[in-house]
Design a protein. Structure first.
Length: 281
């Protein structure tokens, strides 16, 4: 049995799809969201804050896909302790490409480095996936694009070798189901770096109407995100965009096409497959 955490999130949902045909269980916090799981996926209602729910979800599990996103909590520690107790053999963890950037010392990257280290020290088999920005992050623009308003982003001309979450999921499925990936860390990128301005141009081309982008000043980002995130997370997001502006995220890594024996999906393909989300209603 394979357990997929973060199963209602961007990556976990795609991992469930990529594992179609395998015995799979999804860790879900909200029973209402469990009803939207794909057919064939078993639901385990649980939360990282509830050790008993993790132990129950991990019964009979041999491999697990681990997604955490709370910088202020030790969700990885809680999960890994329960996984060891349950006899799980391997954990495939979603980390981030920034952990390999020497200049990245923001709170999110330091947290990801620590969670990777906890996995490597856990005694469990491990594989770490380090994606660049998800192409799907541009879904955050849907409201502006649908209504013809200007999209505002930090570093609009900074390039990022963004990656399709479906490609991340296919690599995760390989590492969860096949041998040969133990003690490996893979940096996962798309086929070429793109700026937000170029991403908007691709959307505009496929929608057949303009999509305008302008710079969001850091002070406005602080104001906007400060209402939703703790201060260190807001500063980490601003620092991350600043590194993108300095071309720190342009490298294309060969791991993904090598592992999948095909080219990484392009942003053009991602847009074509998600265009309805951006159409005016
Ligand atoms: N987005 C990017 O560009 C990017 C790039 C590189 C790395 N990453 C890494 O990717 C990870 C996030 O992945 P994602 O975007 O797929 O996640 P996501 O869409 O934000 O979803 C988070 C998932 O975790 C679940 N979750 C949150 N708190 C939980 C808890 N206490 N107990 C159990 N489940 C909980 C959520 O469940 P609910 O549905 O109940 O909330 C949801 O399924 C982070 O580690 C991030 O650093 C992201």
């Amino acid at each position: 049995m394979i357990l997929v955490t973060g199963a209602t999130g961007v990556a976990g949902r795609e991992v469930l799809a990529a594992l179609s045909g395998h015995p799979v269980r999804a860790l879900v916090r909200d029973p209402a969201k469990a009803r939207a799981l794909p057919p064939g996926a078993e639901a385990a209602i649980g939360d990282y804050a509830d050790g008993a729910s993790l132990r129950a979800a991990l019964q009979g599990v041999t491999s697990a896909f681990l997604v955490t996103n709370r910088v202020t909590h030790d969700d990885d520690g809680a999960f890994l302790a329960a996984a060891r107790e349950a006899g799980v053999r391997r954990v495939v963890k979603l980390s981030a490409a920034s952990v390999t950037d020497a200049e990245a010392v923001d709170a999110i990257t330091r947290w990801q480095r620590a969670t990777e280290e906890a996995l490597r020290a856990s005694g469990l088999g491990w594989t770490v996936l380090r994606p660049r920005a998800f192409m799907s992050n541009t879904l955050a623009w849907t409201s502006e694009v649908r209504t013809g308003r200007t999209v505002r982003v930090l570093a609009p001309t900074g390039r990022n070798a963004c990656v399709d979450p479906r490609d991340i999921a296919e690599v995760a499925a390989l590492a969860l189901t096949r041998d040969g990936h133990d003690r490996r860390a893979y940096t996962l990128t798309g086929p070429r770096p793109l700026t937000p301005v170029e991403q908007a141009a691709e959307l505009a081309s496929q929608l057949g109407r303009p999509v305008a982008v302008e710079e969001l000043p850091a002070a406005d980002a602080r104001e906007r995100w400060g209402r939703r995130h703790p201060g260190p997370v807001v500063e980490a997001l601003i620092e991350s965009a600043s590194r993108q502006g300095r071309d720190a995220k342009v490298a294309v890594d060969p791991a993904l096409p090598t592992l999948l024996a095909r080219p990484a999906r392009s942003y053009r393909t991602w847009v074509a497959d998600h265009l309805d989300a951006f159409r005016a209603t």
